[in-house]
Design a protein around this ligand. Structure first.
Ligand SMILES: Cc1cc2nc3c(=O)[nH]c(=O)nc-3n(C[C@H](O)[C@H](O)[C@H](O)COP(=O)(O)O)c2cc1C
Length: 363
């Protein structure tokens, strides 16, 4: 499941099984925490305290672990950034099948303050845990109450608003309005107050961005969104049989991160053709590509750009393994467990998990 799919299925989970996250789940979430902290300047952490800060406080049952959403006290956009980046993490956890619930009021704030470092302000927390049961869907606020809708709005604007309808907010207030301006930019304004209004705005901006398929927001009440230029790459999770299971081919890119072979679509290539060409260029191998598995990871490689990366599964069919020196520092075959630990990004780990499940089902 990717983050946009998670927007559609996530709901506040208030009942949890009384057991901690598994170590592999903690590691996968840790990759997203590291990436979000690096990009946001916030200090985002997963805390597993001995005593639950939710015990006896509100409607949450069985929850103990939480995301600490905090950052530099002097950051003027701290609350909104905690909303935006916190929702990135909440959706990442939801995509992993975990239960989540934003919590701004019904928790032991004093106990959580003890986790802060000097100069940091705590904005709020989000419970994360193994869900017990699934909560009922909540009624959605009509799109027309969240945005000024017109027939001439581009499809991406309507898709962005559909994602905003599903944005969690304190007391389910959703006190904001989105407007498409004549110049094609989108403006988001608060329409009400309340203590977590800016956190809610940050969450809603991230949802809009996911629904609209990428773009750049400026911070603040009245912040503006410009739609991103779209790019596309294709690649594959390459595997071969090994013993009882499989080995996976990973590439360490010259930037330092471990991932799967992939690259930009050229000319009028099909997705399969791009994947095959990129595998050949980066690894020296020809490959049998299975398009029955297709997962899309969306991320922003730079300001104003959104990139979809389509992954298939593939097995080597010929050629001689050799890395493309301009892009790849190292190639290696790894067991599922090793590959899972090695891939740098939580999104790639999600693709690997889905590929392993697909291949296990097929064999
Ligand atoms: C900033 C913020 C603070 C919240 N605080 C609490 C809280 O203290 N206790 C609680 O049970 N839920 C809390 N919630 C959860 C909301 O009630 C919930 O997100 C909202 O009703 C929408 O439901 P959904 O998350 O299922 O879409 C909070 C949500 C946000 C965004």
């Amino acid at each position: 499941m990717n983050l946009l799919e998670a927007v559609w299925v996530r709901r506040s989970q208030r009942t949890y099984l009384p057991r901690p996250l598994e170590e592999v789940q903690r590691e996968q979430l840790g990759k997203a925490l590291a990436e979000c902290s690096r990009r946001s300047g916030l200090h985002l952490r997963l805390v597993c305290p001995r005593v639950s800060p939710f015990a006896g406080q509100g409607r949450l049952k069985g929850a103990r672990e939480y995301l600490l959403l905090a950052g530099p006290a002097e950051d003027p956009d701290l609350e909104e950034k905690c909303g935006y980046w916190g929702e990135e993490l909440v959706l990442t956890a939801a995509a992993m099948g975990l239960g989540t619930c934003w919590v701004g009021g019904t928790y032991d704030r004093e106990a959580c303050l003890a986790q802060l470092e000097p100069g940091e302000t705590l904005v709020c927390v989000a419970a994360v845990g193994i869900p017990e049961g699934s909560p009922a869907p909540r009624p959605l606020r009509p799109a027309g109450e969240l945005a000024l809708l017109t027939d001439s709005a581009p499809a991406w604007f309507d898709a962005g608003i559909a994602a905003v309808q599903r944005a969690p907010s304190a007391m389910n207030r959703q006190g904001y309005r989105f407007q498409l301006r004549p110049d094609g930019a989108v403006q988001a304004r608060l329409s009400g107050g309340g203590s977590f209004a800016l956190v809610d705005l940050g969450i809603a901006k991230r949802h809009f961005q996911l629904g609209a398929h990428g773009g750049v927001w400026t911070w603040g009440d009245g912040g503006v969104f410009h739609k991103a230029a779209e790019e596309k790459s294709c690649g594959a999770v390459i595997w071969r049989p090994a013993g009882e299971g499989r080995e996976y081919l990973l590439a360490r890119h010259n930037g330092g991160h471990w991932s799967f072979p992939k690259g930009h679509v050229e000319g009028r290539e099909s997705e399969r053709e791009t994947a095959a060409r990129e595998i050949w260029e980066e690894t020296g191998l020809t490959a049998d590509i299975d398009t029955g598995f297709r997962r899309v990871v969306t991320y922003s490689p730079g300001p104003g750009i959104v990139k979809d990366v389509v992954f298939f599964t593939a097995t080597p069919a010929g050629g001689t393994e050799r890395r493309q020196e301009a892009e790849i520092a190292q190639l290696g075959w790894f067991s599922f467990r090793e590959a899972r630990a090695l891939v740098t990004y939580a999104t790639d780990e999600e693709v690997l998990l889905a590929a392993e499940a697909y291949l296990r089902e097929k064999s």
